[in-house]
Design a protein around this ligand. Structure first.
Ligand SMILES: NC(=O)c1ccc[n+]([C@@H]2O[C@H](COP(=O)([O-])OP(=O)(O)OC[C@H]3O[C@@H](n4cnc5c(N)ncnc54)[C@H](OP(=O)(O)O)[C@@H]3O)[C@@H](O)[C@H]2O)c1
Length: 297
C-alpha cells in the first residue's frame, strides 16, 4: 500500500516540465491528492488541455527570469525537470536560484540515471545533471535529486513498438541488462518526496524490481504476442560530429547500457512507497494491449 503523505501548507507546488512525459504524471498525482499546483510552461494552451481548470498555469520560459519569479512567487516546493539539452545546467540553475529567491523551501529534482553521473566523464547528460546537483547542495533550500534508471515508457516502449512491427528486438548488446523503471513509479516517488515531512536523502537511485536483458524482453514479447520474437545485436551508429547535445547524449547512453552500466536495482521505490516497483513483464503486457487497442480504433 502506498504511504504518500499529505502536505497541508496550502502554498502552491510549482512543477516545471509539467506538460512532458513524466511531469504530466506528477501533476495528475498531486491533483488527485488535492494539492495546489502551479505549472510552468511555454505552452499554456497545452497545459489547460491536459489539466483543465484544476491547476494554475504560469506561462514562461526558463530563459526569462521575470516569468520564473512570477511563477515561483509564494510557492513552497518545486519539482525541477527540464529536457536533455545544452541548456540543462543554465536552465535548471536559473530555476533553482529563482525558487530560493522566492522562498521555496524544498526542491525535488529529476536528475539523470545514476550510471550516467557516477563515475563522471562518461555522459554529457550525466555530467550536466551532476553540475545541477552540486549547485542545489550549495543552496539554503532542502534538495533531493531523483536518479531514475532508464524509463520503460521511453526506450522499452520504442522496443515494443519495433517488435510488434518487425518481430525483432534490436540492441547494441542483447545480453546487457537494464534495471528499467516505470515512469509511474518515478512520479509516485517524486510526489512522496514533495509531500513528505522530510526528504529521504540528497540523491535517490530509482530502479525497477529486476534487471532484464534484450533477450529476455524478446522472450516476454514472444509470450504476450504469441509469435516468435528474436533478439538481435545491432551495432550502434556513432553520433555524427555535428549531432546536437541530445543525440550525442543518447549515443553515450547506448554505449553505457551495452557495457552493462544500467544493470542495477535498488530497494528505494519499495522502501519509500511500501510496495514493489512495477515490473517489465507487467509493462509489456499492458503496453502490447494498448498498442493493439490503438491499432483497432
Ligand atoms: N527517459 C529516460 O530514460 C530518463 C532517465 C533518467 C533521467 N531522465 C531525465 O528526464 C528529463 C526529461 O523528462 P521528460 O522526458 O518527461 O521530458 P519531456 O517529455 O521532453 O518534456 C520536457 C518538458 O520541459 C519543458 N520545457 C522545455 N524547454 C522549456 C523552456 N525553455 N522553458 C520552460 N519549459 C520548458 C516542456 O514544457 P513546454 O514545452 O510546455 O514549455 C516539457 O514540459 C531529462 O532531464 C532527462 O535527463 C530521463
Amino acid at each position: 500500500m502506498s504511504t504518500t503523505p499529505i502536505l497541508v501548507t496550502g502554498a502552491p507546488i510549482v512543477v516545471t516540465g509539467a506538460t512532458g512525459k513524466l511531469g504530466q504524471l506528477i501533476v495528475q498525482r498531486l491533483l488527485a491528492l488535492k494539492q495546489p499546483v502551479r505549472v510552468f510552461t511555454r505552452r499554456p494552451d497545452v497545459a489547460r488541455k491536459l489539466f483543465g481548470e484544476s491547476v494554475h498555469v504560469a506561462a514562461g520560459d526558463f530563459g526569462d527570469r521575470r516569468s520564473l519569479d512570477a511563477a515561483l512567487h509564494g510557492a513552497n516546493r518545486l519539482l525541477l525537470l527540464s529536457p536533455i539539452s545544452a541548456r540543462l545546467v543554465t536552465d535548471q540553475i536559473g530555476v533553482a536560484d529563482a525558487a530560493v529567491a522566492a522562498g521555496v523551501q524544498r526542491i525535488v529534482k529529476i536528475s539523470g540515471s545514476d550510471w550516467t553521473i557516477d563515475p563522471p566523464g562518461n555522459s554529457i547528460s550525466g555530467d550536466a545533471h551532476a553540475a545541477v546537483e552540486r549547485h542545489l547542495a550549495s543552496l539554503p533550500a532542502v534538495a533531493v535529486s531523483l536518479r531514475p534508471n532508464a524509463w520503460m515508457q521511453v526506450s522499452l516502449a520504442n522496443t515494443i513498438r519495433h517488435a510488434i512491427a518487425n518481430n525483432t528486438v534490436a540492441a547494441a548488446k542483447i545480453e546487457a541488462g537494464v534495471g528499467y523503471i516505470d515512469a509511474r513509479d518515478i512520479a509516485d516517488v517524486a510526489v512522496h518526496q514533495l509531500l513528505a515531512e522530510r526528504v529521504s536523502g540528497r540523491t535517490l537511485n530509482l530502479t525497477g524490481p529486476d534487471i532484464v536483458t534484450a533477450r529476455q524482453v524478446a522472450e516476454l514479447l514472444s509470450t504476450v504476442l504469441k509469435r516468435p520474437v528474436s533478439a538481435v545485436d545491432k551495432a550502434p551508429l556513432p553520433a555524427s560530429q555535428d549531432a546536437d547535445f541530445e543525440h550525442r547524449a543518447i549515443a553515450q547512453f547506448v554505449r553505457l547500457i551495452a557495457a552493462g552500466r544500467a544493470a542495477t536495482t535498488t530497494d528505494v521505490v519499495r522502501s519509500l512507497l511500501g510496495r514493489p516497483p512495477r515490473s517489465v513483464a507487467a509493462f509489456i503486457s499492458e503496453h502490447v494491449a494498448a498498442e493493439a487497442a490503438l491499432a483497432e480504433s
